[in-house]
Design a protein around this ligand. Structure first.
Ligand code: ATP
Length: 239
């Protein structure tokens, strides 16, 4: 399977009260189509920062992010995103990446259907038609007209997943997607992520949850902003 998204030699620092904090140091990560990949590591190891860099939301200080396929090209090969305009990055994000966050981030004043349809770039009616199918896919056909406040946490997260799929992106990026869910909702969501990977999409999950890491095909451990060199074992690393 092909690599759909890749971070190469990515470094990122923040300046906090005059002190420099190196959050990521020369981190490499390849996210493959057809796979569920988990990104794990201690709190503060840089997982969310790396996810935001891969999601083209934050630029790295050094290194680059390569996305498979230019916007509108249907995936015509690797595109180096370094130096792209905000507009080009937004196009790439919209067409190639779908985001799911721990806190769902649904708009409270809109129905489930409208929340799913809103990121669709075409006519609202077309977006809503597609949104209806996606809500059915995540098992929420009968909740289309509910407001987020009228849905359980698990249901809201499935609405958020349907929204992430509205533009049929080949890559799904999720930050602690099960963080607020009970075990049943977690299982349901993991089943959906698995289906998406089986369709050939790349699914990258940042998680603290051992059940999520267990369900993944690959687990990458971020330690103080970097990955151990390939080939070194856990035991060697522990020395
Ligand atoms: N905008 C920022 N300004 C300053 N420091 C930041 C900023 N964003 C993140 N950091 C710091 O970078 C480090 C890594 O943060 P990040 O959220 O990527 O870690 P994480 O591995 O996702 O942690 P957690 O598992 O707790 O969510 C933390 O020490 C954090 O305080």
């Amino acid at each position: 399977m092909s690599v759909l998204l890749r971070a190469e030699g990515v470094s990122k620092s923040y300046s906090l009260r005059g002190r420099r904090v190196d959050v990521l140091r020369d981190a490499d990560l390849a996210v493959e189509g057809g796979k569920m990949t988990a990104l794990v590591g201690h709190s503060g190891s840089g997982k969310t920062t790396l996810l935001h860099i891969l999601g083209l939301l934050t630029p790295p200080d050094r290194g680059r992010v390569v996305v498979d396929g230019a916007a509108g090209s249907g995936g015509a090969g690797p595109v180096d995103t370094t130096g792209m305009s905000d507009r080009a990055l937004a196009d790439l994000r919209r067409s190639r990446l779908g985001f799911v966050f721990q806190s769902y981030n649904l708009l409270p004043q809109h129905s489930a259907l409208r929340n799913v349809a809103l990121p669709f770039p075409g006519r609202l009616a077309d977006g809503e038609r597609r949104a209806r199918d996606l809500l059915a896919r995540v098992g929420l056909a009968d909740r289309a007209h509910h407001l987020p406040s009228e849905l359980s946490g698990g249901e809201q997260q499935r609405v958020a997943l349907a929204r992430a799929l509205i533009n049929d992106p080949p890559v799904i990026l999720a930050d602690e997607p099960t963080g607020n869910l009970d075990t049943d909702s977690e299982e349901l969501l993991l089943g959906l992520f698995r289906e998406l990977a089986d369709e050939g999409r790349a699914v990258l999950l940042v998680t603290h949850n051992p059940a999520v890491a267990e369900a993944a095909d690959r687990v990458h451990l971020l330690e103080r902003g970097t990955f151990a060199p390939a080939g070194r074992t856990e035991t060697e690393r522990a020395k």
